[in-house]
Design a protein around this ligand. Structure first.
Ligand SMILES: Nc1ncnc2c1ncn2[C@@H]1O[C@H](COP(=O)(O)OP(=O)(O)O)[C@@H](O)[C@H]1O
Ligand SMILES: [Mg+2]
Length: 344
């Protein structure tokens, strides 16, 4: 089996905490071929999509210590056709590089891509959870998305509570997430000017402030529609955001009944959309965000729960790939029967 990681550059990895490195290490310890590439290394030659890859040399000793595996990993640089891989695991950092997805379009029937490129396209920003309907809708906080200053001003004015959350539609890592207050809205128009930007460039989200946020949010990793691990991230007392990059600290968390119900309601839609590995951000049973591009938290959840989530994730990838192989083999066998019949 051959797996390609389409990700950030290898030298940006922080070996102690990086989730992608855990996945790469797991693949390498199974003696599966590992290639690593970045969106900038994609190339088309004569209508065939290639990537300049760093392929882990078979001679690399896969130490059980992940940081020493990282230090000693030895690569060979090669230009390889993407269609030759069994799976491509997307681990690039946000924002989503939509051109990179266009390269993958041409190999989507040849390779299992996690997450599916159409899924990445539709869930690329915070409109995705805001568009849920049916059973899943009850888990979504009241959310307004607009470029209209007038509308957003009206929303804050009519808000039943004093506080609301304002954030950019396509932000990540907690960037630009702020609290706005109805009782102190003198700067609101100026903030809207800034967030919406020139020529009405950006959509802005105004969202119900979910009570309980100061005690932290819950990151739930969901694989193929099922929760596989979770942690709580508690914000520092100087911030409203729980993101680790904004100073949040992880603590152990056991899923509540409500959170399990949320996963059950959302799981089928995630799978239908090809979003096999996602990180849900949940506060007080309300879904704040669905992270679909390179969701993190594997290392921290592993430590808190004494598990190795990378094993569960790579088991899943191996299963999908072998099912696909079986389908091809079956087809070839039937094809052979027909060919033999033609000879007779
Ligand atoms: N509606 C909300 N109510 C309370 N806190 C929120 C709300 N939305 C976001 N936050 C806080 O801000 C953090 C970042 O918001 P999120 O929407 O997940 O954006 P990002 O993509 O930047 O992580 C959340 O983890 C949470 O701590
Ligand atoms: Mg988030």
């Amino acid at each position: 089996m051959k797996i390609c990681f389409l990700m950030y550059p290898w030298d940006r990895i922080e070996p102690e905490t990086d989730s992608t490195l855990r996945l790469i290490h797991e693949v390498a310890s199974r003696h599966i071929t590992v290639a690593i590439t970045t969106p900038n290394s994609l190339t088309i030659r004569d209508s065939v999509a290639y990537a300049y890859c760093n392929v882990l040399k078979k001679s690399t000793k896969v130490s059980t210590s992940i940081p020493s595996f990282y230090k000693n990993a030895d690569f060979k640089r090669c230009k390889l056709p993407l269609a030759g891989f069994d799976a491509i695991i997307m681990r690039a950092n946000p924002p989503l590089d939509t051109t990179a997805l266009n390269f993958l379009d041409s190999v989507r029937n040849d390779v299992f891509i996690m997450n599916d490129i159409d899924g990445l396209r539709i869930a690329n920003n915070k409109l995705y959870p805001a568009s849920f309907s049916g059973e899943a809708a009850r888990f979504i906080p009241v959310t307004h998305v607009s470029k209209s200053q007038e509308y957003l001003e009206q929303v804050l004015e009519e808000s039943a509570t004093d506080q609301m959350i304002m954030k950019p539609l396509a932000g990540y890592g907690g960037q630009g997430v702020i609290v706005v207050e109805k009782s102190a809205s003198r700067s609101f128009r100026s903030l809207l000017d800034f967030y919406i930007g020139r020529d009405q460039g950006n959509y802005v989200i105004l969202q119900e402030y979910v009570e309980g946020a100061s005690e932290g949010d819950v990151r739930i990793l969901v694989l193929n529609g099922e929760p596989i691990g979770a942690m709580k991230r508690v914000p520092s007392d100087k911030d409203i955001r729980s993101n680790i990059h904004a100073g949040g600290k992880e603590v152990k968390h056991v899923l509540t009944k409500e959170e399990k119900a949320l996963c059950k309601a959302l799981g089928p839609q995630l799978v239908r959309d090809g979003l096999y590995l996602v990180g849900l951000d949940v506060i007080n049973g309300k879904l704040i965000e669905v992270n679909v591009l390179s969701p993190g938290g594997i290392t921290r959840i592993n430590k808190l729960n004494r598990v190795k989530l990378q094993k569960t994730i790579i088991d899943f990838v191996e299963n999908v790939v072998s099912t696909r192989e079986m389908v091809i083999e079956r087809k070839n066998n039937f094809r052979k029967v027909i060919e033999d019949a033609e000879v007779i």
